[in-house]
Design a protein around this ligand. Structure first.
Ligand SMILES: Cc1ncc(COP(=O)(O)O)c(C=O)c1O
Length: 452
């Protein structure tokens, strides 16, 4: 079956808004649900629609409105909703064997072999989990077991999850009310090309200055017991921020020099989202430890930690297994995802969509003055809204309005604040991607007029 057979979107029918969303049925379901279900994300609060079903790159709400999907859940359904091969794999194992703790099963064996084949270098030791956060925590424990050191360094504006260790590697104030960062966790700035802290004379990012700061920090602020530096290759939650091309190779060299491990949190960026199985491959950087999640199971909760050959046995030291990690349904889903990516040449497709989006968005910058920067790596995309291009002052109000307006026009997505984050499925057809971007531009144009 070819990609278009099952996921073709007829643009004469999509998007199709028959009742201004959130419509009456959405309101009714949302009220019933949220009487009990608490702690909603900002996106849901700003647009409380109730979804009924999804197919490929489209979503339907309970009022019968049809949307184009630029969110993939939350960067999860990289291969679209309900790909027949993935659905069939999960359905099959739901009828065969649901859980066997961490005993060997044929389907897990096949997944292990496939993962070792598609991941770069000697990343060949794996453990499986059921959330990105659990994988991150296990990755940290492996780094400690390998090095015998306990301190961790992470970066400003990166996100790694919401348990205490993971939160201690991110922005603590938004996640754990009243808590302080756990001891032994440090944070450093990382280069954001649009908003650099240190620049060269020509205005470009001075990555050497960042590395020089890290040297100082390591010497003066840590207890010289650093196990690893943890990073997101591209910041997802932080707004699709892509590092300068020379940064990750320099970070790798810095870690090697100081005998510190490099742990890439690829929960969001892996498995085709950016046009490679691992995002780090864009810069030929091989981390020592990597986490995989989100698109790994395309919606089925399965995540992983991968380590390089010399560190494989360190899993023994961390009591690595869990209740749901590596259950047969999860393994079947993850294996099917990798096969779909290969069979349908979807890494290439993600890169193709990146080029298309960048062309559209770059041209859009000549028309829309509140757009400060546009960026994309594969299908991880961002548009930064600013009050003034010279001062680059973030335009949160505009971000919020554009989000709501585009959603009401039939684009389901997950921007945050002044950065319009986009993560369309990598199976998306060219015309559908352009249609989605046109909806966003329309929403920006209206917002410009309204806030002028
Ligand atoms: C880079 C990164 N790491 C870890 C996590 C946590 O994953 P989960 O929500 O599956 O626990 C996320 C979730 O957004 C993420 O983006």
């Amino acid at each position: 079956m070819s990609r278009t057979d099952w996921a073709h979107v007829d643009l004469t029918k999509y998007p199709n808004i028959i009742t201004t969303p959130p419509g009456p049925k959405s309101k009714e379901w949302h009220d019933r649900c949220t009487k009990y279900f608490k702690g909603l994300s900002g996106q849901v609060k700003l647009f409380p629609v109730a979804f009924e079903s999804g197919k490929g790159c489209t979503l339907r709400d309970v009022d019968g409105n049809d949307y184009i999907d630029f969110s993939s859940g939350i960067y999860v359904t990289t291969l679209g909703h309900c790909h027949p091969k993935i659905t069939e794999a999960v359905q099959k194992y739901a009828g065969v064997l649901m859980n066997a703790h961490d005993f060997t099963t044929p389907i897990k064996t096949k997944l292990m072999e496939k993962l070792a084949e598609v991941l770069p270098g000697d990343l060949s030791g794996f453990q499986l989990y059921d959330s990105g956060t659990a994988a991150v925590e296990a990755g940290v424990r492996v780094c400690r077991a390998v090095t015998g050191q306990h301190e961790m360094i992470s970066f400003f504006n990166d996100f790694h999850g919401k348990t205490y260790g993971a939160v201690s590697m991110g922005e603590i104030r938004s996640s754990v009310y009243g808590a302080t960062r756990a001891p032994g966790y440090h944070m450093m700035p990382r280069p954001n090309p649009y908003r650099p802290m240190w620049t060269k004379c020509d205005g470009s990012v001075d990555t050497d200055a960042y590395i020089a700061f890290y040297e100082e920090y390591l010497g003066r602020a840590t207890a010289h017991q650093v196990a690893a530096i943890v990073f997101e290759p591209i910041q997802g939650w932080g707004g699709s921020v892509i590092p300068p091309d020379d940064f990750l190779p320099k970070l790798r060299a810095f870690c090697d020099k100081h005998k510190i491990l490099l742990m890439a949190d690829e929960v969001l960026t892996s498995m085709g989202r950016t046009g490679k199985f691992l995002c780090c491959e864009h810069w030929d950087v091989l981390p020592d430890v990597v986490t995989l999640g989100k698109g790994f199971g395309n919606g089925f909760p399965v995540t992983a930690v991968a380590v390089r050959e010399p560190h494989k046995e360190s899993f023994e030291a961390i009591s690595a297994s869990s209740s749901y990690g590596g259950n047969p349904m999860a393994c079947a889903a993850a294996l099917a995802c990798i096969e779909v990516i290969e069979e349908e040449n979807l890494l290439e497709r993600a890169v193709h969509l990146e080029k298309l989006a960048m062309k559209y968005m770059t041209e859009m910058m000549t028309r829309r003055k509140i757009v400060g920067e546009v960026r994309a790596k594969g299908c991880l995309m961002g548009i930064e809204m600013v009050k003034d291009r010279a001062t680059k002052e973030p335009f949160d109000e505009a971000g919020k309005l554009v989000y709501q307006k585009a959603f009401a026009k039939g684009l389901a997505w997950v921007p945050a604040g002044h950065i319009l984050r986009m993560s369309p499925p990598i199976i998306m057809e060219d015309e559908v991607l352009i249609k989605g971007l046109e909806i966003i531009e329309e929403a920006i144009e209206e917002t410009e007029r309204e806030l002028a």
